[in-house]
Write a protein that binds this ligand. Structure first.
Ligand code: AR6
Length: 539
């Protein structure tokens, strides 16, 4: 039966509206009080035209609201140097030290100007400006094990020199201050793909200074942890394959720099402004379940969901290798969001519009593997952006199973999904949401509950919901059964059922009835009223 359902749903998926170049996708690429556009994009721009940075010359901003760029003159570090007493040759008495102020950009420039012919050359160049112990073992592993001799030669002869040039041309390529996207801000930043490549080259060589005093509120950006493996050899394979994807991206952009732009938008609402779920009279939209396919492939040009960490990208530069981390290495332009996106709080999402996919992959988690070049055929629109929109929303980690059904937790998750799915004013298109077991892998959430919450959020946002169960046939079957029971209800009725379920079945560590049983058996038997008898039955 599920095969019939799968085929039917594939047909429905095939007929869903997807983003097209003529859609107006929010936000438009135009500077405003809420949008910094780092390039000049005039109204007569045609796709393929070169994009000049804006403003014409480097206008540094060393200020708490802006990303401290490594090439700023204020990027100075003080090093303590031992002073040798000329009379004693330093052999007697207490050693003395003096502070030396170093212009870091000069140091980085001279370090990377050296010939870089081996991994050791890269490590010793980086050690002159970046603190780390040991060697770049993941880079060594990637070059030695995951690349053919021809690919290695290409790396040292072309890709690496190209990355150095991109890195050191920072002042020419990015001329404006890059604002931080901080909590409670509704703000967008548009960068050209070349600017992103330049920032990622800087991240690779780990040139970024600390983001003033707020470093802990931001995800890491320098790749040093990924290159060295953070001292853990056991994940070297998946880390190596993640790095292989990133190096493949550099191979591609150095061969031919893409000419589009990408917009990073932080969306934030006060929780008091979120919908009142218990009053919403909206009907449920369509739920389409598929056990085959993935968000990024079959969900292309739908609203693709990133199962995020509050620090966007999660463990991508460390050991993590699940949905978000994989997404960030096959679409490496997502990585740059880590430079300026402060950790997300509730009722906030990060929307990335226009990024390009560069790699194929196979396997998952510790079996993850780079599987070659990916040519992203998603078209660009007239504003130089690919018709791809990815939304990062972070679910909450579930410690005690029944806690997630508490109304406070329901509210947090449904509002989080809603801010991600909601359509911004000015957009012409409410394409369906492509999602899956959001919050139900590393974060251990209940897949039935998360599906219902995502369905409510999508319905409120007037979008259909495509649920990729990622091979989980059983979940597909159960979700289909649940949806069958509730598809004619209003949002407020489903919300009331969730609250009822929490009251009746979630007082203990383990619910006496799971949510699927509750939706498919209980509400039918009880007709929403005869609760006691059922509770007793299930005890
Ligand atoms: N398409 C559809 N479903 C997928 C895909 C895909 N491409 N990849 C995985 N799944 P998880 P979470 C399914 O654990 O629980 C990261 O470290 C698969 O069944 O990534 O929200 C973040 O940075 C998987 O078990 O999401 C966060 O720290 C399930 O989706 C944390 O994990 C959930 O994927 C978020 O964990």
């Amino acid at each position: 039966r599920m095969m019939v359902v799968e085929e039917r749903n594939k047909d429905i998926l095939g007929n869903l509206k997807r983003f097209t170049p003529s859609d107006r996708i929010f936000p438009d690429v135009r500077s405003s009080n809420f949008h910094t556009v780092a390039v000049t994009l005039t109204d007569d721009f045609k796709p393929g035209d070169a994009l000049a940075p804006y403003p014409i010359s480097f206008t540094p901003k060393w200020h708490k609201d802006y990303v401290p760029l490594p090439c700023c003159d204020e990027n100075i570090r003080t090093f303590r140097k031992r002073v040798v007493d000329e009379n004693t040759g330093g052999e007697q008495g207490e050693p003395t030290f003096t502070d030396i102020k170093v212009l870091m950009w000069e140091r980085i420039q001279s370090a990377l100007a050296r010939p870089l012919e081996t991994c050791e050359d890269i490590a010793s160049a980086m050690k002159t400006y970046c603190k780390f112990n040991g060697s770049l073992i993941v880079l060594e592993y990637t070059l030695a094990t995951l690349m053919s001799p021809e690919e290695r030669t290409l790396f040292f002869s072309k890709t690496l020199p190209g990355m150095v040039t991109l890195c050191l041309d920072l002042r020419k390529i990015i001329t404006c201050g890059l604002p931080f996207l901080c909590r409670f801000m509704n703000y967008s930043l548009t960068l050209s793909q070349k600017q992103i490549a330049c920032l990622l080259a800087n991240a690779f060589f780990s040139t970024f200074p600390a983001r003033f005093t707020y470093e802990d509120d931001f995800p890491s950006i320098n790749f040093i942890g990924l290159l060295t493996g953070n001292g853990d050899d056991s994940r070297i394979s998946s880390m190596g394959h993640k790095l292989r994807c990133i190096l493949h991206y550099f191979e591609r952009v150095i061969e031919e720099m893409p000419k589009g732009v990408v917009t990073y938008t932080r969306k934030s609402v006060r929780s008091s402004k979120s919908p009142d779920w218990s009053l919403s009279g909206k009907e449920l939209t369509q739920l389409i379940t598929l056990h085959e396919g993935s968000i990024e492939t079959e969900g292309e040009r739908l609203l693709q969901i990133d199962f995020a960490n509050k620090y966007v990208g999660g463990g991508v530069l460390g050991h993590g290798c699940v949905q978000e981390e994989i997404l960030f290495v096959i679409y490496p332009e997502l990585l740059v969001s880590r430079l300026f996106t402060e950790r997300l709080v509730s009722c906030e999402a990060l929307v990335i519009t226009g990024c390009e996919r560069f790699s194929k992959y196979k396997g998952y988690a510790s079996n993850f593997e780079f599987a070659g070049d990916f040519v992203d055929c998603v078209p660009w629109n007239s504003r130089a952006r690919k018709c791809t929109q990815i939304v990062a929303i972070d679910a909450q980690y579930v410690v005690r199973h029944t806690d997630q059904f508490h109304p406070r937790k329901l509210l947090r998750e449904v509002n989080k999904a809603f801010i991600g799915f909601s359509i911004s004013p000015g957009s012409s298109n409410n394409v369906a949401v492509a999602t899956g077991k959001w919050g139900c892998g590393a974060f251990k959430g209940d897949a039935h509950l998360k599906t219902i919450l995502q369905l409510l959020a999508a319905s409120q946002a007037s979008r259909h919901l495509v649920l990729f169960t990622f091979g989980d046939l059983f979940l597909q079957k159960e979700v289909e059964e649940m949806y069958e029971k509730i598809k004619h209800m209003k949002i407020k009725e489903v919300w009331a059922l969730l609250e009822q379920y929490n009251k009746l079945f979630c007082s203990r560590q383990k619910p006496s009835l799971n949510l699927h049983e509750f939706f498919t058996e209980y509400i039918q038997i009880s007709n929403y009223s005869d609760k006691e008898s059922m509770e007793t039955d299930n005890d």
